[in-house]
Design a protein around this ligand. Structure first.
Ligand code: ZN
Length: 244
């Protein structure tokens, strides 16, 4: 499967950038994970809106869903332009009824996932882990049978991550704070906490995402590398990770 990073800023997008949005592809299936602020504009630099097969949301904070509404508008406009009347499923949790119902539209259909069950979307099998965050939020372990990615979504550190991430090919981990900061009280993780998960879960590779609007991001890598010896990268717009 192939992962393309569209947006990676925590909280809100930096100038001319986007917050959380990721594209996962296998064969002709395109799964968009989170649709953050600025994401739809950046997405079109790399992909076509009409190629989206399904959308999966981790939680209902604006930096992960701000562009869902404009995606719905885009699908409507594209339906006039291209005669494509396809209704796209948007998978979200239903612990917030109002937010969940807002995923319904002429061209999108809300589908609730049960985080206790394995969810199959096209070629992808997804397991969930409830994160430690200020609102209900779910991390995802996604496999296509050949490789496995774990996306932490937003979360403070918790022991459960180590088991959940075991032997993943890629850990796409939120890293909104530096080593010496208090990330837990705002429901996020530090560089060293991500390093601890990566090391103990024996993951193959780490990409740090949901990056902070302060400090030098290179220090996030240095700090995580004090603990985890594998490959660590900073998320970047357009970055591709692929394993067959
Ligand atoms: Zn959040």
């Amino acid at each position: 499967m192939k992962l393309t990073i569209i947006g990676y800023w925590g909280g809100y997008p930096a100038v001319d950038k986007a917050s959380s949005m990721y594209v996962l592809e296998k064969d002709d299936f395109m799964l968009v994970i989170d649709v953050g602020s600025g994401g739809l504009s950046k997405f079109q630099k790399y992909k076509s809106i009409t190629d989206i097969t399904a959308v999966l949301l981790s939680h209902y904070h604006a930096d992960h869903i701000a562009d869902v509404g404009v995606l719905q508008h885009a699908l409507l406009v594209q339906s006039y332009r291209t005669d494509n009347k396809e209704v796209i499923p948007i998978y979200g949790h239903d612990e917030n009824e109002k937010q969940f119902n807002s995923l319904n539209h002429d061209y999108t259909k809300a589908i609730a996932y049960n985080p206790n069950n394995v969810l199959k979307i096209g070629p992808f099998f997804i397991r969930f882990l409830r994160t430690k965050h200020s609102v209900p939020c779910f991390g995802m372990r996604i496999t296509d049978g050949a490789s496995t990615i774990v996306y932490t979504a937003d979360s403070a550190y918790q022991e459960e991550w180590i088991k959940f991430c075991q032997n993943a090919d890629l850990l796409l981990a939120e890293c909104n704070f530096y080593a010496d900061q208090d990330a837990a009280s705002s429901g996020h993780m530090t560089s060293t906490e991500v390093g601890t998960i990566a090391k103990n879960a024996h993951v193959e590779e780490v990409i740090l995402t949901h990056l902070p609007h302060f400090g030098d991001h290179k220090n996030l890598i240095k700090e995580a590398a004090d603990i985890y010896q594998g490959k660590i990268s900073l998320a970047q717009e357009g970055m591709v990770w692929e394993k067959k």
